[in-house]
Design a protein around this ligand. Sequence first.
Ligand code: GDP
Ligand code: MG
Length: 298
Amino acid sequence: MNETSFRSGFIALLGRPNVGKSTLLNRILGQKIAITSSKPQTTRNRILGVHHFPGGQALFLDTPGLHRGQGALNRFMVNQAVAACQGVDLVVMLTDVDGDLLSKDEYSLDLLKKSGCPAVLAINKIDRTSPQKLLPVMQDYARQFPFQDIVPVSALTGDGVDNLLEVVCGKLPHGPRYYPDDVITDLPERFIVAEMVREQLLEQTGQEIPYGVAVAVERFEERTDRDLIMIDAVIYLERESHKRIVIGKGGAKIKEIGRAARLQIENLLGCQVFLDLFVKVRKNWTRSEHRLREFGYH
Ligand code: GDP
Ligand code: MG
């Protein structure tokens, strides 16, 4: 491939919490790097995923969903999303087919208008609707913003995702090869591992835990004599009462969280993993700027 005709650029994935941004990124990459869940505000950091195609690369930035919330962690998440929209070549705004759409997307549309960035709209979760219902939705959005294209997709089934990629990649300018062909993210493995533990906590506990949980990997040791990685991860919670829930009766809950996370991590790293989980309480950490920095949210 002639390097001067190479195309590349940054694309921000923007939208409300829970519309499926992280699911779409994983689908595009064909590998899971961003955790997903049915609970809002799962994604906290900006996550980069590289899609390689013949003659170019598309660098996708998954962002925490745009929402109005109080507290230091919420402010951090929204800032991450807003920052991701600055200086990108294209925004892919995601929405889904649930309920009264336009009013829920006011915030994202506002941000889009202010950014002055060209944008493509992806309407996600079409596996849950009929084609007849889509057309009026597409027309509504087209009236709100001069989207360059509107593409219906299902991040879950993969339907329409190739189409979206073709549209997006076709809009990228000539640019450098930012990453080697075999690299799909700039995230350290440690970070993804911690996220996978956090995902299982979201998955396996009720409403009260998810928002107040942070996970830090304190040991990540590759045993070269055997194809094995030893990992210690600490789960930080806001309250003592949360600790009881996470540990469960006779340690059953934490054991199950560890088992499920380990399977995901083994899949990611491609080798056997020993995963040890520890639980600690850090009172009200989501409100403390100092603790946020300690847990890597800075
Ligand atoms: P994010 O907050 O925008 O990153 O959303 P997630 O990717 O975490 O997804 C939120 C929820 O929507 C998860 O439960 C996903 O499984 C679900 N989801 C994502 N994409 C689709 C889709 O195309 N169809 C359906 N039915 N569910 C989806
Ligand atoms: Mg997400």
